[in-house]
Design a protein around this ligand. Structure first.
Ligand SMILES: NC(=O)C1=CN([C@@H]2O[C@H](COP(=O)(O)OP(=O)(O)OC[C@H]3O[C@@H](n4cnc5c(N)ncnc54)[C@H](O)[C@@H]3O)[C@@H](O)[C@H]2O)[C@H](O)CC1
Ligand SMILES: [K+]
Length: 498
């Protein structure tokens, strides 16, 4: 499913109206019907509709008429003042006035009504918001937020469609009904929580209008990304599903590499090789008997990959993951540099691999390998020198800029994981806060390198990885809640891939 900005949506609307000659008022009517359909499912006895003075308010006025015609008890408020309403919104406002309905603009009356309403519809601000919410409207939003149940039209008032930022004050909706495309604001930042359950409804815009906008951002829905999964031929063997190498572990930490190895196996890789320091061999061997082992020499407890072992890895690997539990040991920078210089297939750099890379990110620029980085925001901060707060507020832009500059693919973790090659963007919405647990990232790395081994390209592997990881985590959450652990996630991978 496409994700658009307010400017994209404005252009799509404009194209529908000017080029395809669909009158705007028809789109508004269809938007109102789309919201009506959801309201009817909620079976409220009485509805309070709070409108602004733009077209978002216009949707609210049209909706009020549809509800009144169906004999619902409806109260309509308009802020700051109904005399400022223009265009299509005014047409719908005037119809209501002609029907004899009183349109109120009194905040105290709204406060009273909100308390006794089964449902409050928030049609104050939509995609047309600019800048911080004005103080008078902030008060309206506060009152709306006291409601029993809130449905927002298009986007919760106060949320920026472009990045999900709360612009000073925002509505927290239970349900949001939006039109034609998801907006960034529904799945990023505060907007994700504020939007509640989001429903995307068609309002009659010709699909060509959307296609012509050349949207580069997708999120999971309409079958994407699962339709990328390929069916296996019956006549196959392990050689068809990749030799994947996971380089990780140090003398103090064996869990990360064990989890990544298990995860690669549980998601279908043909042959999974563990490359780790010799001192953890017994543990890895006992816990992952299905893997192949390349126990390596150690320096100070950290892995030292000699030339002979490096040659085996570079020669055999269909894909490599570098980093899980490696430790941030200076000399490993040289190893990473060698791999980047000599390996010409897909390489995932994660966890300590990213910390090691942070010493000099520019080595990515001459990389022979196709690189995927999977940082969480703190690791992204190390890579870029930006602060975590800035990164979290500008996830898409930060990831895109880095991917473009260093010619790699970035998977930026966090609520709404972002995958980008610098131009195309995927925003993932599966997953839950229970997945903020040790080892969660290691099993993602194992999953992605496994998909690479099975022949998916780097971008698709990252997208599928983020999606399946989240789904598996959601399934684990059903059973274990916030007590879920990384093993619970990886144990569900195969199920979802099947
Ligand atoms: N997507 C579609 O195809 C359709 C969308 N519709 C609805 O129209 C709105 C967008 O309408 P627009 O008139 O452009 O903007 P808004 O109604 O969101 O808001 C404009 C209105 O708000 C006031 N305002 C702006 N910024 C602030 C602020 N910071 N504080 C307070 N007030 C602010 C300003 O006065 C403006 O007048 C879209 O979301 C859909 O709901 C169509 O109806 C159907 C087609
Ligand atoms: K709204």
């Amino acid at each position: 499913m496409f994700v658009v900005s307010s400017e994209d949506m404005k252009q799509i609307d404009k194209r529908a109206i000017e080029k395809y000659k669909i009158p705007g008022i028809i789109l508004m009517e269809n938007a109102a019907f789309a919201v009506l359909e959801e309201i009817e499912k909620l079976k409220p006895r009485n509805v309070t509709i709070v409108c602004g003075i733009g077209n978002n308010g216009g949707d609210g006025f049209a909706l009020a008429r549809l509800l009144l015609n169906k004999n619902y008890e409806v109260d309509v408020f308009c802020f700051p003042d109904k005399t400022k309403v223009k265009g299509d919104a005014k047409v719908n406002l005037d119809i209501l006035i002609n029907m004899g309905l009183e349109i109120k603009s009194d905040l105290e009356k709204l406060r009273e009504k909100v308390k006794s309403s089964d449902l409050v519809v928030d049609a104050v601000l939509g995609t047309g918001i600019s800048g911080e919410v004005r103080d008078d409207i902030k008060k309206v939003i506060d009152v709306i937020n006291d409601a029993n149940k809130i449905l927002s039209v298009d986007i919760p008032s106060g949320i920026s469609s472009d990045d999900g930022k709360c612009l000073g004050k925002c509505v927290f909706a239970d349900i949001t009904v939006t039109f034609e495309c998801l907006k960034f604001g529904h799945i990023l930042g505060e907007g994700r929580e504020a939007s509640g359950k989001v429903l995307v409804k068609k309002i009659g815009i010709p699909k060509e209008c959307i296609k012509e906008q050349n949207i580069k951002t997708l999120t999971n829905d309409d079958g994407y990304p699962m339709y990328l999964i390929k069916r296996r031929r019956i006549d196959t063997n392990k050689g068809n599903y990749g030799k994947v190498f996971i380089i990780g572990g140090n003398y103090k930490m064996s869990g990360a590499v064990i989890l990544a190895l298990k995860s690669a196996l549980r998601s279908g890789a043909g042959l999974v090789y563990g490359v780790f320091p010799r001192s953890i061999m017994d543990r890895v061997g006992a816990l992952v008997p299905e893997a192949v082992y390349i126990p390596c020499d150690e320096k100070n407890g950290y892995i030292f990959i000699d030339e002979a072992n490096l040659n085996i890895i570079l020669d055999k690997a269909d894909a490599i993951a570098f980093g899980v539990g490696l430790g941030n040991y200076d000399e490993l920078f040289v190893t990473l540099k060698e791999i980047l210089k000599r390996y010409d297939k897909n390489l995932v750099i994660d966890a300590d691999g990213i910390n090691i890379l942070s010493k000099d990110v520019s080595i990515l620029k001459n990389s022979k390998a196709n690189v995927l980085l999977t940082p969480h925001p703190a690791e992204m901060a190390r890579l870029t020198g930006l602060c975590v707060e800035f990164i979290n507020k500008n996830r898409v832009e930060v990831a895109k800029k880095f991917a473009k500059e260093y010619r790699c693919i970035v998977l930026l973790k966090g609520a709404s994981t972002v995958v980008t090659d610098g131009e195309n963007v995927y925003i993932n919405t599966t997953g839950n806060p229970g997945m903020a647990t040790a080892g969660s990232g290691d099993v993602l790395t194992g999953l992605i390198v496994s998909l690479l081994g099975q022949g998916y390209n780097l971008f698709d592997s990252a997208v599928l990885g983020a999606y399946i990881h989240g789904l598996a985590g959601d399934k684990a959450y059903e059973t274990y809640g916030y007590g879920l652990v990384a093993h619970d996630i990886l144990n569900n991978f195969g199920f979802f891939i099947r």
